[in-house]
Write a protein that binds this ligand. Structure first.
Ligand SMILES: Nc1ncnc2c1ncn2[C@@H]1O[C@H](COP(=O)(O)OP(=O)(O)OP(=O)(O)O)[C@@H](O)[C@H]1O
Length: 281
């Protein structure tokens, strides 16, 4: 390939399209800088398989996440949602399949890839004896943030998650809702490109649920979010798209509005979900 044929393709958010920049148009510095621009696809998982003992828990799961997208992962208890999320975040190895985070192979370059991921597991990984501020500082350092950037990042996450009034408090003394907020704050403190939230609003009161959903929507404007939930109202209010999982397989994937009008039943999310997961009932 000649020099004049070499190009990089970047996504121009203003134009809403991919554009090509040919190497002849760029200085070396510009070329290197532009090579660092984040690709539009932030997560790409292909053919994930995982067994526990002789049970196939995740079976040939492939999914893709775009920047600015909030994806809801739905399914009955035991469908395999948490197991899938554990694999997407590098906490559990798949038996086979590939995962790329911002173009980085998660299985081969885990440290580099994980720097782009924020994860709130089903049980938030809190150090209950630390204050909110100390814990978030610790979480930011753990994610490899440079010491000089940590204070500002903690400040931002504290503000973003509505934790200003409890920043000096010991986590163990906080209500469940506030502990959940701390769990989300640790997942976003390093401004990750991909945010994975396992049932983020479980056990919260209605006002806290409203706040957390608002926060998720905000996070989804800049990053990509994948969340699991049993609350279909949550899907309707925050998710752009949905994937439904059953017995370890993805059985349906589309936009939230398509699910809402599935089978010509506009607005009936719950009924449509049941029609997809229990077609013979
Ligand atoms: N470490 C493990 N060892 C053995 N089996 C496991 C393990 N983790 C999960 N499982 C099994 O895998 C299946 C899927 O579990 P998973 O937690 O992924 O489902 P889920 O869709 O997240 O369910 P829920 O909505 O109830 O949280 C379940 O039958 C569970 O018992």
């Amino acid at each position: 390939m000649s020099d004049s044929e070499r190009f990089i393709e970047i996504y121009d958010f203003d134009a809403g399209a991919h554009i090509r920049l040919y190497s002849t148009q760029l200085t070396t510095t510009a070329f290197l800088t532009l090579s660092d621009t984040t690709p539009e696809t932030t997560l790409s998982a292909r053919n994930l398989m995982r067994r526990f003992g002789n049970r196939q828990i995740v079976n040939d799961v492939s999914l893709e996440l775009k920047r600015g997208e909030v994806l809801g992962l739905l399914g009955h208890n035991g469908a395999g949602k948490s197991t899938t999320m554990q694999m997407l975040t590098g906490c559990l190895l798949p038996d086979s399949g590939t995962i790329e985070i911002c173009g980085i192979d998660l299985l081969h370059r885990p440290l580099l890839a994980k720097a782009h991921i924020g994860y709130l597991p089903e049980t938030p990984p809190l150090y209950r004896e630390l204050s909110v501020e100390s814990y978030l500082t610790f979480a930011a350092r753990l994610r490899g943030m440079k010491p000089a950037a940590v204070a500002e990042a903690v400040e931002q996450a504290t503000r973003h998650c509505g934790l200003e009034s409890v920043r000096k408090k010991t986590i163990a003394t906080l209500s469940k809702g506030y502990q959940q907020r701390v769990g989300i704050a640790q997942a976003v403190v390093h401004s990750p490109d991909v945010i994975v939230l396992d049932e983020p609003t479980v056990g919260l009161d209605p006002a806290q649920i409203r706040d957390i959903r608002h926060l998720i929507r905000e996070l989804g404007n800049k990053s990509s979010v994948i969340l699991s939930t049993h609350l279909l109202g949550e899907v309707e209010s925050v998710c752009d798209s949905v994937q439904i999982m059953q017995h370890g397989k993805l059985i349906y994937g589309d936009t939230t509005s398509a699910l809402m009008s599935y089978g010509g039943e506009p607005g009936k999310l719950e009924e449509n979900f049941i029609r997809i997961t229990e077609p013979h009932v």
